[in-house]
Design a protein around this ligand. Structure first.
Ligand code: PFF
Length: 477
């Protein structure tokens, strides 16, 4: 069955895909992962991954989606058959569905934190608050599984509601008005950090000084007896974050590509989305790190970073109640428009292949994801020290709770591997003529050839290199 829906314009696709890309990954995850990995060198590797691996994979996904005209599972099936290959290639779509379930299950819990912060902001909880006080508010929230469940349920309900109706309705308004507002609010926060934190340059240096030692030798401190062991885990995290932040490697963008008019040029569209996405992440970093340093906080303090630092700033500024509330409302919207793209591929597949109604499919999948989310909720309190894979022995999985595992396995393993296979399929399996038709690639078109070179060689080798180096250090046994 073919998808009937279509974006009303190229601009609409850019909005929807940017809505998918810009989300918690930029504002919550980028700053704390960059903080954990030492800053500048990590940011540089992240940006290199966005431009050399991320953009080509995103283009390949859009191309496959538009040619397949269906959900990722069925689009991959159709295109594999068209290329006279085994339909096993639809495994890419399946892996995307699983990644979507896992990601949305914890994504919704974190979006729930943002929801919980809206009433806190509105009621002035953070006015004049100390760094310790802000830390305490965050810890009190995450220590209470029932509270987290309440906000997680609300966010999943909101997501199911929209997907049940079809993504297009309402999305245009949400993204075209709210995203630019979020952008300007972030710019205002950066200006605030520049003018009043007194530590702006320290934040800038942290984000842009490339200290590769901090990336490759995490925690290295011979004076205090910490030995320096080389690790590729930081580079793997940077690559994983690039995939996560661009929403690629799991079919989300492929799904949106299916709704893209045939006449839209893929290259310029993709570059626009990737630049917007990177800009938002960098702005979030520039807003947050000066506040971190001004208040003597630890940049590597983990997932709570944004939820502790920004409220301190809002608590100090004039009109902080309004700006703060607006910020968390917009953050919820950013997360919401990303959540659509996590749920849409599997719902579209159920509608196409099982003739389910959209609302039944959305409610059924949403319910399973909601259930799975409970494991992440408990990872921040009752089960924070429960490591389900501890029995595997000494490797990176052994010390992770459910939330850490879901995050690590999706970002650092499933999305890069999904991207690798998407790249191989687009570059080596699809026929030249099919590729050219979709990419509008006149043989002499320089952007087509640059893309083909990147997707053929740079992307697969880059992913494999980072991956194998990091896996070599997983130390099974
Ligand atoms: N890109 C989203 C973000 O940065 O928050 C998260 C995401 C959405 C990841 C959709 C993967 C995906 F398929």
């Amino acid at each position: 069955m073919q998808t009937a829906a279509q974006w009303s314009s190229r601009w609409m696709f850019i909005l929807a895909a940017t809505g998918s890309a810009v989300g918690l990954g930029n504002i919550w995850k980028f700053p704390y992962i960059a903080g954990e990995n030492g800053g500048g060198a990590f940011v540089l590797v992240y940006l290199a991954c966005v431009f050399s691996i991320g953009i080509p994979v995103m283009m390949a996904e859009i191309m496959i989606g538009r040619r397949g005209q269906q959900s990722p599972i069925n689009a991959m099936h159709t295109l594999a058959v068209e290329a006279k290959q085994h339909p096993i290639w639809k495994g890419i779509g399946w892996s995307g569905v699983i990644a979507g379930f896992l990601i949305l299950s914890f994504y919704s819990v974190i979006a729930g934190w943002a929801l919980a912060y809206i009433p806190k902001m509105l009621s002035g909880t953070f006015s004049g608050i100390t760094p310790e006080g802000a830390g305490q508010v965050f810890n009190t929230l995450t220590a209470n599984p029932w509270m987290l469940l309440l906000w997680h349920s609300l966010f999943m309900g909101m997501t199911i509601f929209v997907i049940a109706q079809g993504v297009e309705k309402g999305l245009e308004k949400a993204v075209s008005v709210l995203m630019p507002t979020l952008f300007f609010l972030l710019v205002a926060l950066v200006i605030y950090a520049a003018v009043s934190s007194g530590h702006f340059m320290q934040g800038v240096h942290f984000l842009f000084d490339t200290d590769f030692q901090a990336l490759f030798y995490p925690g290295c401190n011979p004076e205090q007896g910490v030995t320096c062991e080389m690790s590729w885990q930081g580079v793997l995290s940077a690559m994983g974050l690039a995939f996560f932040s661009l929403s690629i490697g799991m079919g989300a963008i492929m799904m949106y590509g299916a709704y893209l008019p045939k006449t839209t040029p893929i290259t310029s569209t993709t570059v626009t989305i990737a630049i917007a996405d990177s800009l938002v992440a960098l702005l979030a970093g520039l807003a947050i790190f000066p506040i971190v340093f001004a208040n003597g906080l630890d940049p590597s303090s983990g997932p709570g970073l944004v939820f502790v630092t920004l409220p301190i700033a809002f608590g100090q500024m004039d009109g902080g109640v309004i700006f703060g509330s607006l910020f968390f409302i917009l953050l919820v919207f950013a997360a919401w428009t990303s959540a659509f793209s996590l749920l849409e591929p599997v719902v579209a597949w159920l509608v196409e292949s099982w003739q389910l109604s959209r609302s039944h499919a959305a409610i059924g999948c949403g319910f399973l994801i909601w259930l799975l989310g409970i494991l992440s909720i408990l990872s921040f309190n009752n089960w924070s020290d429960f490591h389900p894979l501890a029995f595997l022995g000494d490797n990176v999985f052994a010390t992770k709770n459910f939330f850490d595992l879901f995050d690590y396995i999706t970002s650092n393993i499933m999305l890069p591997l999904g991207g690798l296979f998407i790249a191989i399929f687009a570059a080596w399996i699809m026929s030249h003529s099919a590729r050219c038709e979709e990419m509008g690639g006149e043989p002499a078109d320089i952007s087509y050839h640059t893309w083909l070179f990147l997707i053929r060689y740079v992307t697969p080798l880059g992913v494999l290199l980072v991956f194998l180096n990091a896996v070599g250090l997983l130390k099974f046994g």
